[in-house]
Structures are given as structure tokens and as C-alpha cells.
Ligand binder design. Sequence first.
Ligand code: F3S
Length: 646
Amino acid sequence: MGDSLTMKILREHLVSPAGSPQPGQEILIRVDHTLTQDATGTMAYLQFEAMGVPRVRTRLSVSYVDHNMLQTGYENMDDHVFLQTFAAKYGIYFSRPGNGICHQVHLERFSEPGKVLLGSDSHTPTAGGAGMLAIGAGGLDVAVAMAGGPFGLPMPRIVGVRLIGKRQPWVAAKDVILEMLRRLTVKGGVGKVFEYHGPGIRDLTVPERATICNMGAELGATTSIFPSDDITRAFLRKQGREAAWRELLPDEDAHYDELMEIDLSTLEPLVAQPHMPDRVVPVQAVAGLALDQVCIGSCTNSSYHDLAIAAHVLRGQRVAPNVQMTLTPGSRQVFATIAKNGILADLIAAGARILEAACGPCIGMGQAPKSGGVSLRTFNRNFEGRSGTPDAKVYLCSPETAAVSALYGVLTDPRTYPGGYVTEREPDVYDTDDEGMILPPAPDPERIEIVRGPNIKPLPVRGPLEETLQAKVLLKVGDNITTDHIMPAGSKILPLRSNIPAISEYVFVRIDPGFPQRAKQAGGGIIVAGANYGQGSSREHAALAPMYLGVKAVIAKSFARIHRQNLINFGILPLVFANPSDYDAIAQDDMLTIEHVRDQLRQGPDLTVSAPGGRVIRVRCEVSDRQREILLSGGLLNHVRQHQGS
Ligand code: F3S
């Protein structure tokens, strides 16, 4: 049988093993591009610096600033300046604050079909809309890739998603990915790549494909990808980058590990209800719900079309008086284009609040809804509290549904809107300004001094794994604990991301405010969790800050992929109950002991944990040889340093 598109790219980038790896087997791949954003970038760069490599060794590395744009204190701009000077010195392009959200800008200005992108942000797969194999990872993995090292991951199962038919008017790309979430849930994509193909892909522009790939992260997928075809070529031409195009299609008889099919003509507008992206129902089923806020934007839905459709709906009308509406262009390019062609004026006239091209409300940086409020957003996540308002209810939908609902003040099926649907979706040429907004690396790096404000603190590193691990259960939590639960974001906490002692005071603060103090008093400990621990984002602070507090192991029913790797990278043992019912046998404050943990780990995946009352609990630590060495070294940074010294 022939190769899928994913397999073709993997073959071109495979460092090891030789041949055709089986799903689940660890593979190492070469990385072409890296991206970082400011919330994860400062730490990734401190880690890169600790490796002692003079210049990045990737084909292209870009540093974006999009998360921490509120400058209510000195911390954020200190970090921006650190990132800018670091990028200049080490061979990294710097996308200036105001240039847009990393995924939107990378798609527009840097995407290259067939290349591998590793980004320290979980929505890095957005670039799969332009035929890249784009994977989200922790900052430390990205730092290793920048230093020229390969990226290790379990060989994913490749799922062929065959699209047929054509969408009806008012049915959006967002509804395609919401349908995927409805069918598969937030756990349905773990260990998988979703490869879209079939005649229906011709119904989707590159930004629409990118919306689908972006929110594949909510399925827990390794990544998602579309072929690079003449639609991709046309997109790159409008970007003035046709030279980056290459045709990349699956073979006619491509082998897929699994297959599924979506008939686009049968889809209807969908909405994800609070507080999970997979609580998807038809908009019709909850139509009439009173709204307090409508937000269009985020890396999922902030393309030209997303704002143009809002302007089409709102032109000559006004946002309902009970609603505050915000609009966020995804990039300076989109912002400049709508400013020139009148769309921005239409949106302002309709009463929408225009925000700068950045993450903004998606990461809780402003625009928190009123207490108990209902917010309808085109974003990708609606986890409890992420909006900045603990009891707000956030619904996720398409820009089409959001715009029509903003007009009427209640959740509304956009197909009931009396005006027609517009078909022209993209301008002929985009307004680009790379010279002004993307700073190339300095030609004379030796003259660049890295500026470090007081918020940049040295990187904490733990020692090698102990011979015997004995520690208290500091906290027991349930299923689907997100990285937002572990290490919350928001305008107070995010600015501390380069200051681990300070940010660690917020670990688990939403679940258990006494956790940091208890962890410090106990000299560290163990966390016990249910299924899908660490879902949601690549935020490595959710592993790094607990490591700083002395967390040695997490015993869970299962882990989300990126978080599990982050735990390994920071020397925290990710242990899975061999018998999930043992979860009930452990209580908070129990003292657990893993005798000869180093030897047990070397001997295989099965480990025994001694619990109070003489009970023995069996756990598994399924790791590759390389991951085992990383854990024994006490984390990836120690491992890389040892490797460099050998
Ligand atoms: Fe930013 Fe939200 Fe995307 S925080 S990168 S817009 S998921």
C-alpha cells in the first residue's frame, strides 16, 4: 500500500528507527522550524542558553510575543526585551509585539508544506492547514530542537479523515472540528495524527483548514494535517510566498491505521457547552440562551474571513445592548487588511470593541466576563475559570454563530439570519510588513547584549533520581485535570513565568490554595490523579513549578501526551496505575515508598509502590530507553548536559 501524507513527511525526517515504525514505538525526528511564544519562550531560551550552543541549528526559529501584552507592571516588557535581544544574538527571528498570534503569523509568513515545525504551544498544529507536520511540545523539547537535537515521540496512529460533500451556507470550518470533538471527545485523539483528505477538502481555504488543525489539539491529537494542493498554492501566492509551495498529497492507495468520514453537507452549526470543548450540541438545541459577552478571535478563528463574516452580519446594525462584543484580529496582516478595506469601520460602527492582534481574552488577559456571565467565544477552550471569572459559562462556536448571536443578544442558529451568506472570503493580496514587524537575527551576534530584567530568575534544576523514593501524597485529584488547574494563567500569574520561585506559589491554587505551602513543608511529595491528567496545553510550568516544589512523581489512571513528556523532561515520574481501581486505595497524606526506584525503572515498566497498612500497589512507567535515561538523570536538561560532556 502507498503512504499517507503524514508518513511521507515522517520518512523524510526520521532519525531513528530505520524502516517503518509501528504505532507506539518511540521515533526521533529532525525538526526544521521552531516557534515559541512569550509565555513559554523565556524559559525555553534560558534552557537553550544552559546548553551552551552559540547559535540555533534549525532551518528557521521564530520568537513570537502574543500572550502577555498587558503591561500593568514592568514584568511583561522586561520579558519582551529579553526575548528580542536573545533572538538577535542566537539566530532567531523576532515577531514584534503587535504582529499577531504565533500560529496565525507562522501560517501566513513562514509555513512550508512538508516541513516539520515544533512549537512550545499546544496549538502549533495550526500550520497543518498548510501541509506542515506541526507539533506542540514543551519549551525544553523546543530548546533541544533549536540546539540541533531530534524530537522524540511515540509513532502516532495515522487516522484518515475523509471529507466529502460541501458545507451549507452558515456552516463553518469550526463546525467540522466541533463535529470531530462531538464524535471523539477530548481524549479521542491521543497518540493520533488526523490526516484530512477526500474531495471535501476543496471546500476549505487554508485558514479554514488551519482552524480544524488548530482545534485538533482539543482532541488530544499529536497533530492534524491537510494536503498541500492548489488551494495551498493560491494561499501562499497571496502571501507573496509561492516559492515555499510544494505539492504534497497522500498516495491514492495510502494506508491509514484508522479511517473515518464526514459528509460536510450534513453538518449544522454546533456549539461546545461549558466547561469542555467536547460538550458539543447543535446550536438549535440551546438557541435562545441569553448572552452577556461575545468574543471573536484567538488562534482558532481570527483570520480575515472570520472578521469579514462578522462585518457582513453587523454592517449597518448594532450589537445587542445586553452584549459586550470583542473582536481580535489574529495578525497585523489581518488587522491592516480590514483597516484598509472598510471592514474595521463597519465593526466599529456596530459597537464592537476592537482588541490588539494577540491572545487577549483567550488566555484570561482582560475581558473577563461578569460574574456568573455567559460568554460565547470562537476560541478553542472553555475550561472552568480560564476566562478569568471563576463562575462564568463559556460556549465555543463559529464566527458565523457568534456574529449573528451578538446581533440578537441570544444564542442564535446563524441559518435563521435573514441576510444572505457572503462567498468571497479572502482578499487577492494580503497587506504584509515583514521588514517592519519581523526582525531578523543580528549579523554581529557578539555585539548583542541580552537584557535581563529583575523578573528573569535562574533556571531551577533537580538532581538525579533518588535511589529510593519516599514521599507523602500531597494531593489527590480526579479525572481531566488540565494544565490550567495545575498552573493557572491570567494577568497576575503569567508575568511570573521566568521567575519559578514566584510562580510556584500558584500551583494548584484554584483547587487547593494550601498546596504550595504544604509541598514546601513536606519537602516535596507525590500527586495522585484520575484519567487524562495534564490535558489542555503544552504549558511546561505545570511540570516545572511542581518540580521546584519537590513533586517527585504523579500516579494517574492516564496522562495527556504533552504533559506526560513535560513531566519526564523535568524529572517527575509519570506512573500509571496497573489496576485503575487502586486509585481508590490511596488517600491524601498517605506515605508512599518506591524502594530501589532506579533499579526498578531499569528493569522494566512495572514498579511496586508500598502504601500504608502493608499494601502494595503496582504501577507502570512505560517509557522509551531515552526517556528512562532522562528520568534517571533528573530531567532532560541534565541529560543533554551529560550527553554533551560525553
Ligand atoms: Fe493564544 Fe489562546 Fe491560541 S492563548 S495561542 S489564542 S489558544
